[in-house]
Ligand binder design. Structure first.
Ligand code: CA
Length: 80
């Protein structure tokens, strides 16, 4: 079933896994967030995703980057 994860769901999950509340996720937090969304990715893939969507090159995933990343992973998961 298509999941269609929307921005509100992203915000909820982002807040849950942004343990420090600093508005960004590191690799481990991103991994946990994707698991929680039902989009599990192996560690190496998560690191690749983080690099690929880290638009501001901060080494972390901020919320807008997270929304884009989730939409992309979600879309690719649906195709399988
Ligand atoms: Ca970033």
């Amino acid at each position: 079933m298509a999941t269609q994860i929307d921005r509100f769901r992203c915000a909820e999950v982002f807040a849950k896994f942004d343990i420090e509340g600093d508005g960004r996720l590191d690799t481990r937090q991103l991994n946990a967030a994707l698991d929680h969304l039902g989009l599990p990715a192996p560690g190496a893939a998560v690191e690749q995703l983080l690099r690929g969507f880290d638009v501001d090159d901060s080494g972390r995933i901020e919320f807008d980057e997270f929304v884009a990343l989730v939409a992309d992973v979600d879309k690719r998961t649906e195709r399988q």
